[in-house]
Design a protein around this ligand. Structure first.
Ligand SMILES: Cc1cc2nc3c(=O)[nH]c(=O)nc-3n(C[C@H](O)[C@H](O)[C@H](O)COP(=O)(O)O)c2cc1C
Length: 326
C-alpha cells in the first residue's frame, strides 16, 4: 500500500500537493475541488497590508478636514478587509477537511501581529508570510532589509501558536543563510520561491505591460539547486517548493531534492483540479515502479549531502573544460 501523506510545518497533509496562494483559493467551490482532487492543503490568497493601508489613506485624503471621520474610515476600511478575510477562512474551514493556511503580505504598517492573532482565532491551521518589498533605496544595505523581514517573522511567530511559514523570492545573496535565520526567528517552513508580478515592455506601443502571470514548467529548475542545498545545510525546517511545478515529475524531482511538499498555482489556472489528480497519479506510478512505500523513502535522496558528488549542485559557471557545450 502506497502512502503519499507528508508532515509539513507540523501539519499532516494527505498528499504533498498544496494549492498555492492566488485568486483561485478565494473561491470556495475551487478550494473544494482542489481538496477533492487530493490537495494536501491550500494557501488562501494573501491579505495585503499595503492594499488596506492605501485604501485607508485614500479615504483619509477625502476627509482630511474631519479628523474623527478620517479615523473612523481608516478603522472601518481595515476592519472590513480583515473581517472579509476572516469570514473566508471560517467558510473554507467548514467546507474542506484539509489544512487551510492563511497568507499575509507583510508591508511596513506593522499590523502583522494583530492580523495573525485574528486569523488564528478564525481557525486557520497555519500562516504563510509573503514577504518582499522592492528595494529602491540605494543607501540601504541588504542586511538591514533582511533584518526588517526577520523582525516581522519574529513578531508573528511570537504572537500565534499555529505554525508559520515564510514565502520568499529567489533574490537573496545567501539563500541557505537567510533560511537559517528564518528558522532561528521561529519559521517552521520556507516556501521557495515566490514568482512575483513582472513588468515587460511592448516595443510596438512603447508601453510597460505585464509579463505572463503564469510560469512555464521549466522554471522549476531554478529552485531545484536551492532546495537540494538548503535542505542539506539547514535542518529541522520544512522547505516547500514553488514556481514551475506543473506535473508529477516536476514534484518528484523536488521531493528527491529534499522538499517536504510542493505548491502549484499556474498549473491549476491552466488545467484546474485535474492537475493535482494527474500529478498524484504520476507520483503513485513512480513510487510503485521504484518500490517506494512512503515519501520518506525517497525524500532528499538526491539532495546536496546525499549524492556522491555534491559538486554537481555547486557548479555555476560554464567553464570551457567542464562544459559539454563547445
Ligand atoms: C493570479 C495570481 C495571483 C497570485 N496571488 C498571490 C498572493 O496573493 N499571494 C502569494 O503569496 N502569491 C500569489 N501568487 C503567486 C503564486 O502563489 C505562486 O507563488 C506563483 O504563481 C508561482 O507558482 P507557479 O509556478 O505554480 O504558478 C499569485 C500568482 C498568480 C498567477
Amino acid at each position: 500500500m502506497i502512502d503519499i501523506s507528508v508532515n509539513c510545518m507540523g501539519l499532516n497533509l494527505k498528499s504533498p500537493f498544496i494549492a498555492a496562494s492566488s485568486g483561485l483559493t478565494t473561491q470556495p467551490e475551487k478550494v473544494a475541488a482542489f481538496a477533492k482532487a487530493g490537495a494536501g492543503a491550500i494557501v488562501v490568497k494573501s491579505l495585503f497590508e499595503e492594499q488596506i493601508a492605501n485604501e485607508a489613506e485614500f479615504l483619509d485624503s477625502l476627509s482630511h478636514d474631519y479628523t474623527e471621520a478620517a479615523d473612523y474610515l481608516h478603522y472601518y476600511t481595515r476592519q472590513n478587509a480583515l473581517d472579509k478575510y476572516l469570514q473566508l477562512i471560517k467558510e473554507l474551514k467548514k467546507l474542506v477537511d484539509i489544512p487551510v493556511i492563511a497568507s499575509i503580505n507583510c508591508y511596513n504598517t506593522g499590523e502583522w501581529t494583530a492580523f495573525s492573532k485574528e486569523i488564528e482565532a478564525a481557525g486557520a491551521d497555519g500562516i504563510e508570510l509573503n514577504i518582499y518589498s522592492l528595494p529602491l533605496d540605494t543607501k540601504k544595505s541588504s542586511e538591514s532589509i533582511e533584518k526588517e523581514y526577520l523582525v516581522a517573522v519574529k513578531a508573528v511567530c511570537g504572537s500565534v501558536k499555529i505554525p508559520v511559514a515564510v514565502k520568499i523570492g529567489d533574490s537573496f545573496t545567501n539563500i541557505p543563510g537567510f533560511v537559517s535565520s528564518l528558522k532561528a526567528y521561529g519559521a517552521k517552513a520556507v516556501t521557495m520561491f515566490n514568482r512575483f508580478y513582472r513588468p515587460d515592455i511592448d516595443i510596438k506601443t512603447l508601453k510597460i505591460i505585464p509579463a505572463d502571470a503564469f510560469s512555464q514548467p521549466e522554471e522549476h529548475i531554478q529552485g531545484l539547486r536551492w532546495v537540494a542545498i538548503t535542505t542539506s545545510l539547514v535542518k529541522n525546517i520544512d522547505i516547500v517548493s514553488n514556481t514551475g511545478i506543473h506535473n508529477g515529475s516536476d514534484a518528484i524531482k523536488h521531493l528527491l531534492a529534499g522538499a517536504s511538499a510542493v505548491q502549484m498555482c499556474s498549473a491549476l489556472y491552466k488545467k484546474g483540479p485535474e492537475a493535482i489528480a494527474e500529478a498524484i497519479g504520476d507520483l503513485h506510478l513512480f513510487m510503485d515502479k521504484q518500490g517506494f512505500k512512503t515519501i520518506e523513502d525517497f525524500k532528499g535522496r538526491l539532495n546536496y549531502e546525499s549524492i556522491s558528488n555534491p559538486g554537481k549542485f555547486e557548479r555555476v559557471q560554464f567553464i570551457k573544460n567542464y562544459s559539454s557545450k563547445k
